[in-house]
Design a protein around this ligand. Structure first.
Ligand SMILES: [Zn+2]
Length: 447
């Protein structure tokens, strides 16, 4: 068969397509998206020969490989849009896909063309080796994840609607996310791989205060900006209360066997030691976010001139809602806290997802695939993702929706996501392909 390039060359070509997402559609250069689709067609001939391809909203790609059984299919999801770059901070051209010291650099290497291309490589390899699938395999690649699955034109949402209409229910859905963390904080003596089994909710709330305005030389007792700032400060100085939730419960259960004393004892008796454990967990922003609804000020506005009083002053509060909590409850609690002088307007949001089970074969298949490509990894545990992914739309139409970290080099380079000098280790990339291959083989078996 004609060779179309190595897996690494394919990833380079993928990164070189400048598929940058903007909320304002008129700023999107769709030619680059066309280029990416043409690249896929030319690089993965077997996939394009054996699978059907549908385009939703013109650019969201839905590949379907027919399996030999009629059992529920699996889906490997991803998105091929990327966030914009600020060129100044980059040591290399952001879309150059240059290779230095064992790393490939470029916007999208981690978030998430590396993942998408690894999936394509794995599928193509299976097909070329004659490996058949018993379950149908869907590859669902969105084109506008970075602007949010709440958008009307969200490729993921529209794709989900289409598949739902067809009555499809998935056995397993895999998307981006997950993490590698140092186990020390949890009393575990190795790196821990985390698989996201649910996501927090999202909510923007606008706080506003009004005043009749007037001249800044004769100010009222308190200005609108003062009132709204005071209300917003009440939100930040008194955090929402912390508690365990089904996702943290599942994580603790998975980690306890690997914990050393005294952590093992504390977590085994976590109801008894809850106050101490929660106090420890809220100390770091990362773990705090997994046990409480968070809120933080993100935008503020007052008057339009330095010597003019604001008639309306606004502050946006961005909240991430813990499972078990809800948009409605969060809004009510904000209203109570800020008091009647402040208008509370919920802007956009989505509820926290349900938490998928991790005591089912799907979880074992995915975690075994990870530990087999990364033998140094001893522990894989479920956890709550605090960021949002497109996969949230599949909760309710799948037995398992997991966010997986195919590349262990992410542990050190996580901070380059959405930032300068995003990079992926080439070794991890190749292991990621192996990971998806194993998942494809094992997860499509019907026994
Ligand atoms: Zn992403």
């Amino acid at each position: 068969m004609m060779k179309t390039g190595t897996p690494l060359e394919h990833l380079q070509k993928a990164i070189q397509c400048e598929t940058v997402s903007y909320g304002d559609r008129s700023r999107i250069n769709f030619k680059e998206f066309d280029k990416f689709i043409a690249f896929l067609k030319e690089s993965y001939p077997l996939l394009h020969k054996k699978a059907t391809l549908e385009m939703v909203e013109k650019y969201a790609l839905v590949y379907k490989l027919k399996g030999t059984s009629n059992l529920d299919p699996i889906a490997l999801m991803g998105h091929y849009d990327v966030v914009p770059v600020k060129v100044e901070g980059w040591k290399v051209p952001p879309f150059g896909a240059e290779i230095h010291d064992g790393y490939i650099y470029g916007r999208g290497t981690l978030d998430m063309k590396g993942h998408v291309i690894a999936v394509c490589e794995a599928v193509e390899a299976c097909l070329s080796e004659g490996i058949g699938f018993e379950r149908d395999v869907y590859l669902l690649f969105g084109h506008n994840e970075e602007t949010g699955s709440e958008m009307i034109d969200s490729g993921a949402r529209l794709t989900r609607n289409l598949l739902k209409q067809r009555g499809i229910h998935f056995n397993l859905v895999l998307d981006e996310g997950g993490a590698y963390i140092n186990g020390k904080a949890m009393g575990v003596d190795s790196t821990i791989a985390l698989i996201g089994v649910g996501e927090k909710g999202y909510l923007d709330v606008e706080l506003s205060a009004t005043q009749s305005g007037g001249h800044a030389s004769t100010p009222p007792h308190t200005s609108a900006l003062y009132d709204v700032a005071q209300a917003a400060m009440k939100m930040e100085s008194h955090k929402f209360s912390a508690d365990f939730n089904p996702a943290t419960e599942a994580m603790f259960k998975a980690l306890i066997p690997y914990m050393k004393q005294p952590m093992k004892f504390l977590f085994k008796n976590r109801q008894l030691f809850k106050p101490i454990l929660l106090l420890a967990l809220v100390k770091s922003p990362e773990t705090a976010a997994t046990v409480r609804t968070t809120s933080v000020m993100t935008m503020a506005s007052g008057s339009s001139a330095p010597n003019v009083l604001a008639q309306v002053a606004k502050i946006n509060i961005n909240c991430r809602i813990i499972p078990g909590d809800s948009i409605e409850k969060t809004v009510r609690r904000i209203e109570t806290r800020v008091g009647p002088k402040i208008k509370v307007t919920p802007k956009n949001g989505n509820q926290p997802t349900e938490i998928c089970r991790s005591d089912i074969p799907q979880f074992e298949i995915v975690s075994k695939a990870l530990t087999s490509v990364y033998p140094e990894l001893r522990v894989v545990a479920p956890y709550l993702m605090v960021a949002a992914t497109d996969s949230r739309v599949y909760h309710g139409m799948a037995d398992a929706v997991y966010r997986v970290p195919p590349f262990s080099s992410m542990k050190d380079d996580r901070s380059t996501i959405h930032a300068d000098n995003e990079r992926l280790s080439i070794e991890s990339y190749h292991k990621g392909i192996e990971f998806f291959k194993k998942v494809l083989i094992e997860a499509t078996k019907t026994k």
